[in-house]
Write a protein that binds this ligand. Sequence first.
Ligand code: BDP
Length: 706
Amino acid sequence: MRRLLPVLAVILSVFFAGPAKAETGHDLWLRYRPIETQHRASYAVSQWVMPAASPMLAAARGELQRGLAGMLGAAPPQVQAVSADGALVVGLAASPLLAPLALPAPGREGYVIRAARLNGHAVTVIAGGDEAGVLYGVFAYLRQVQARQPVADTLSAPRNQLRLLNHWDNLDGTVERGYAGASIWNWPVLPEHVPRLIAGYARANASIGINGTVLNNVNAQAAILTPAYIEKAKAVADALRPWNIRVYLSVRWSAPIEIGGLTSADPLDPAVKRWWADKAAEIYRAIPDFGGFLVKANSEGQPGPQDYRRSHADGANMIADVLKPHGGIVMWRAFVYADDPARDRAGAAYREFVPLDGQFRDNVVLQVKNGPLDFQPREPFSPLLAAMPKTPLMLELQITKEYLGQKTHLVYLGAQFSEVLQTDTFAHGPGSTIARIVDGSLDGHRISGIAGVANIGNDADWSGSIFNQADWYAFGRLAWDPGLSPRAVAAEWAAQTFTADPAFTGPVTEMMMLSREAVVHYMTPLGLHHIMAHGHHMGPAPWDAIGPREDWKAVYYHRATKDGIGWDRKASGFTAQYKPPLAERFADVATTPEDYLLWFHRLAWDHRMPSGRTLWEQMVARYRQGVDEVAAMQAGWAKMRGFVDAERFAQVSDYLAIQHREAIWWRDACLAYFAQFSGQPFPKDYAPKYPLAVYQAMPAYASPPP
Ligand code: BDP
């Protein structure tokens, strides 16, 4: 009986760890639940060897211990030298332990996983090119086991050097465009107390290869550079460092005036430069591996070098010069549209920055949003990405769903991110994908990177919903390797987050892929854009025509009248910002994909679509399709009840019900509005439930009953 007890315990633990156990989602994709009996033999580990002489290696070892203990029931014995078949051996590829194996060189942050023979025994080796590589190798191994994939021979290194989250966190604990609770930094208790949440955040990021984080909002407050906040940032940096994550800060251009007592922030003023140099030195004394600054300047009312009639290059270079001796970089944002809204806003960043190509220091990287506008459900790519070969360009994606249903809508962004990365810009002929521009390989740049605007807060599930976690996950995986299939990433996430049973991962992956198209259909089909409510950006408001700037109004973008709808962006000069053959392709209605139709063209309501429908009929059909797709997602999820614990199952079901109601809201409000102009009837089997005035009178954040 004594010998049977452990066996019984394992059987019971497997039994009771089944889907019934409620989960908050706090464990993310790092749940390490026991492996089902039938898979145990494939993942058996007899013993493990892992020297860990540094904080980072200790972090990796702790994670492996945790993962093995969780999944195998108990961690196998840790030994000093391999003495049995089936051992797991982990370390630096160049260490005395592993060097004799002459493994392929994993490179910086890279790792190798291999079956090998050591001391006459068959073993599995995880070897890192450096300590970070060991950490990432351990997570890759745990991922394969959790997803019940074969532990495969793997050689992997990141394609992008900088894989960063941008937190739009304010110092008062709020998060701009955050839908997952308050800021996780908890500034008031730092530096004395470093909340556990921060280490959990670091682990999660390390598990998907994220290696840097900008702590505060791009709409920065000068106070972040005061000694008190530098101490707080140091405490965070110390907690993140073992997980290979560096800290960066967003800075406010006018900080020398606001907290430095100067009268100017002119980048060419020696006193200003001295202030920044002293500030950089102060930061590096506290945080020796500090990454650098992110700057939003002369954008949406923020101060910047143009206030002193200096260029963006003058500003970026001054900051770059003070960071250079410390090895820091400047990420200068290209999200700028200061010029006259009478000129097409979509073309503003290009007009501003292309003339500056070649003028930036070598530690400046220009951070460019994927679309020319602003994180819409679907945008053509920003032509700036293909037009600055002499400047390293970092891609900025938005993980938080500001324009895509915010907290509740299930929209898998991995599909969107991959679509962007795989887009061919033709910058230097075919094959000039955005992935190759940002990874530096197309133009031979030293710096490469991708930033994602984080969707993280102090909600129990971190991201506001269980499925929003997938967007954080996919961002990290695709920043590491933009070539990964978004479908495979979704499947891998679902397997770890819920269960690896293909009867679950198959349909759920399909649902996730569909969700990306669904949101475009029920919000902004046919290339419509920026027709959401003013300010909070939640819900439809194509009628929006209020506010100080023309280019903040929905009517500026869709231009609907009885004559037609859409924007002739050949006439605005915008299509010419693309390289051939795209410039010609987007300038011609016949060769513009339906997805971008009204983005690039102004068309009559009875314009004939390839489907044979009129433009109006096609618009109605797409909006209806979007709602139907959400209904299909709901029905699909309902069948997954048996695979998921009640708590998480219910959250997803409830949120899908909200999404369905709001998809109907989008469909009906937009179609009720556009119907005034279209001059064509609704199909016999459809009409918006309420008159337009009801939608227009809805209070903020509220949708009418379905
Ligand atoms: C827009 C957001 C705004 C940000 C701005 C930016 O609405 O909150 O400050 O982008 O990226 O998407 O600077």
